[in-house]
Design a protein around this ligand. Sequence first.
Ligand code: GLU
Length: 193
Amino acid sequence: MCGIVGAAARRDIVPMMIEGLRRLEYRGYDSCGVATVGEGKLSRVRSVARVADLAAQVSKQKLAAETGIAHTRWATHGAPVTKNAHQMVSRDEIAVVHNGIIENFRELRDKLGQKGTKFGSETDTEVVAHLVSDELSQGKAPAAAVDSALKQLRGAFALAFLFSGEDDLLIGARRGSPLAIGYGKGEMYLGSD
Ligand code: GLU
């Protein structure tokens, strides 16, 4: 199990998230990524190299935002290649990072596949993004959509979500895996370490 860092603040949190990933490197990982939401849009940068490489890509792209999630991955489902690196997205409206294993992912993937969902990765994590998207399309608000999706999952996990059009929203969830919440002055954090 690797690491999650999340933050929602009133300043650019990308440098803090990169520093958070650096501090999680000791746990081992095979890929890493950062996603942000700003001006209503999700952005993400992923790397199958080290956090230093991710940091270089982030600064080249001038990624800056007040809300974001970052991840180091230790692959359990799907090879350590870019398409499997977190964040997983669904319809450019949800970004999710995940530590742990979704035990019933095969059955959920088949069910979503029958509804026409196309998958861009081999991970167990991607089903979570699509499940939440499916709940949103039924008219639920993001927190209610996550809540309904969580009820369908088996396994141990820590998850963090961003939503397009929701620049101030960071949702975290855990079952059996660690995920701590940090309350700051006008700033909120998530961390799995
Ligand atoms: N099971 C997920 C994957 O293979 C998450 C692995 C992790 O905890 O980093 O992508």
